[in-house]
Design a protein around this ligand. Structure first.
Ligand code: SF4
Length: 210
């Protein structure tokens, strides 16, 4: 069994199913993936509530709404002028885009070509909205892998992602849960200042079998 599978099993046994992504539909996942850039999820929830109240929480509406109006609605998510522009550009690019006609790499390249969408946002959309088997790496993933002692040549996005995807089965549900479990663990236990005394991983940490 791979080191990643062992870590997943421990996280899953401890925290259980995470039921991600917290959204009602495809459009809302994409909108949330952009709004969550550089901000806490609680702020995203407020911005999404405002968009819903204004009947603009979908790609079609956003593509027909001015950036100023969008910015006013998404203020709680921070960087609202930049994110309004990103939301509108993304909405226009994806509103008539049928991802089912393309393979994973083609979809990924399409997303990465949209201004304001980087690897983490693109992969979140691929995994959680399009339900394609892509592992999402974020700063929590990097932190946890380093701390528990997983050795890689570097801890850059692509290095981590390709190592994990080589060693785990390409399973949408597995990748969905895994990313969510890492976020949960690092938000509440393996924080910037880690709570190792109360961490269920402490006897494995920095010595997890590789
Ligand atoms: S023991 Fe500490 S460093 Fe290791 S995973 Fe737990 S909280 Fe993080």
């Amino acid at each position: 069994m791979s080191k990643y599978q062992k870590l997943f099993d421990k996280l899953f046994n401890q925290y259980g199913k995470q039921d991600w992504w917290p959204a009602d539909n495809y459009d809302e996942i994409i909108i949330g993936a952009i709004l969550t850039q550089n901000t806490a999820w609680t702020n995203v929830e407020k911005a999404i509530r405002n968009l819903k109240t204004a009947n603009k929480c979908d790609l079609k509406s956003l593509s027909n709404t001015t950036e100023n109006t969008i910015a006013g609605l998404i203020k709680p998510s921070g960087y609202f002028n930049v994110k309004a522009k990103r939301l509108k550009t993304t909405a226009k690019s994806l509103v008539n885009y049928n991802y089912q006609e393309y393979d994973i790499d083609e979809n990924r390249n399409y997303l990465l070509n949209i201004k304001g969408i980087g690897p983490e946002t693109a992969d979140s959309i691929l995994l959680y909205a399009m339900e394609l088997p892509v592992f999402v790496v974020d700063s929590y993933t990097i932190r946890l892998l380093k701390r528990i002692g997983i050795q890689l040549k570097d801890y850059k996005y692509h290095t981590i992602q390709s190592d994990i995807m080589k060693k785990l089965s390409r399973d949408v549900n597995l990748f969905n849960e895994y990313h969510a479990l890492i976020v949960n663990h690092c938000k509440f236990v393996c924080k910037a200042k880690p709570d190792c005394i109360n961490c269920f991983l402490n006897e494995y940490c920095d010595q997890i079998e590789i």
